[in-house]
Ligand binder design. Sequence first.
Ligand code: FEO
Ligand code: CA
Ligand code: CA
Length: 663
Amino acid sequence: MPLQPRRSHWTLPLLGGGRAQVTCRYRCGDQCGQPPSNDSANTYFGDLLSGVFGRRGLLRAGAVLGAVGVVGTGPTPARAATPPVGLGFTPVRPNSGDAVVVPEGYEQRIVLRWGDPVVPGAPEFDFDDQTAEAQERQFGYNNDFCTLLPLPDGRRLMVNNHEYTSEEFLFSGYDGENPTEEQVRIAWAAHGLSVVVVDRSDDGAPTVVLDRLNRRITLNTEFEVRGPAASSELLKTPSDPSGRRVRGTMNNCSGSVTPWGTVLSGEENVHQYFAHADRVTDPRTKRRLDRYGFMAGESERKWERFDSRWDLGREPNEANRFGWIVEIDPHDPDSTPVKHTALGRLKHETATVRVAEDGRVVAYMGDDEAFEYLYKFVSHGTMKPGGSAHARRHNMSLLEKGTLYVARFSGDSPAAEIDGSGALPADGEFDGSGEWLPLAGGAKSYVPGFTAEEVYVFTRLAADAVGATKMDRPEDVQPNPVNGRVYCALTNNSNRGTPGHAPVDETNPRIGNKHGHVLEMDDDATGTRFSWTLLLVCGDPEDSNTYFGGFDKSRVSPISCPDNLAFDRHGNLWITTDSSAALGANDGLYAVPVDGPQRGCLKQFLSVPRGAETCGPVIDDEFVLVSAQHPGEVDGADADHPVSHWPDGGDSRPRPSVVAVWR
Ligand code: FEO
Ligand code: CA
Ligand code: CA
């Protein structure tokens, strides 16, 4: 497939969901509107592994059909009087208001907004007089991931990712053909992460403290490259002949907290920031760039006019320095953050780590693009318990050496029963088994024709070569700390099963998958086999092609395009959505029990304002935090024509924010 020309701004995207075209442009460089990057012949491996691993012995004991619930108004059996543990709220109704809508009896408050001071001494936000110098010390734009970490004094650290900038909403009168250098520098400073201390306020929700631990990480922050591809020729550039020092991180989407108390974050749609892939002449380099979606011509944001590192014709290796999992130690504001090459280079949503019984750590990862793959990493070393400086240093090295795998799935039903409509096969479930295929371990490559360095830097191509299963946009992949099973959000894939694209399979069973699904895996953490089932096949429950864990569909909330996942202490799964416009409503946060008679009883907890996406949920015992990303980002709107005035009201411009909700 030749390098892709950039789409013009006024052509309609071929979207599976209802995401605004302006969001597609700025968030992922119109990824859904381009032909899929994965044109490998690796299409379908069907039932190669069928029967090798009996899933029923591994997964929960049988499906729960006809269970009772608490959602809905019809008569219910006596057992229905008990709500799912931890989910005693009345669900909010799908809506299109310009507000965060929470269940009756719940309160809400903004914790932090784009432009609010983060570093002590930072200026207050002034939209009309914004500077790069101010933005370097203020909360960045389009916050996605959010988490809280405990501090010894009872306060907490809140860490947020700033995924991308939407320049038309950052600047009044923005001219996309001629951005100013200051606008570009503001955008560099608005990317990255924020670390802030939060304390408990009188209302019980977190409130920001301007503390010396607070920090901004931006596209100007130096990172150290670690792991097997550090110092590789593939990572060396004129400004970094060592291949070990990279300036900045970008498109940080989701994240996680490691068992040793650091934060991981995924560099996702990094291709869109680079220009002139068509000026690369070496065929092998062109093929590699194309597989990651790098495009011809000028970039959307025109950064290449102000720094040659964004020009692939001049510095093609700079592209190889983004697309990694990064690790931040938020407890040390002077620490140098790390890019981990052992976890491969993808459009990383994030990596989520758990500790196996033998002490090795396992990281699960999704590559968020249509027809991309699911990965895991198993460390070679084991975790040291305790919080000593020595243990911490050791544990922070665990992600530098291990084995990287990619997943191949197999269904247990005959292929003829997977007809693309979403109708369940005769055995009543979309389910089966799977295998983790090794790609590289330390300095050893398991992929013929690839060196280990090539596996780590061009991981997608290595995964193509071993026959991984093409998935419907794998986003968050997270182990449930209560039941041990692993859950993966598959957001959507409008091209699934359409002419010229990979057909449906039991793991991705709907043609033109508009609303996505949620996968549940029972994984032998450090081993190579797993079983799986689809917990949710999303959409309007009145639509026959949906499935809610076997629960009574008249009693669940509609849901579309699952994205971020979290668990409460009862093991209930919480899900944020990205593109509920596909159902004609604002995005939201949902909760669903995954065990017991109410497995599949999905309820909507809140909705975010018009044009916004819900991200980064934190489910605390006393409150919930969510990121309301890109409020008001709908086609035709911009900073001079806002259609959302959230959160400040009146005629204000919208500001991406973290919101706390509590009862
Ligand atoms: Fe940035 Fe995969 O969402
Ligand atoms: Ca089946
Ligand atoms: Ca996401």
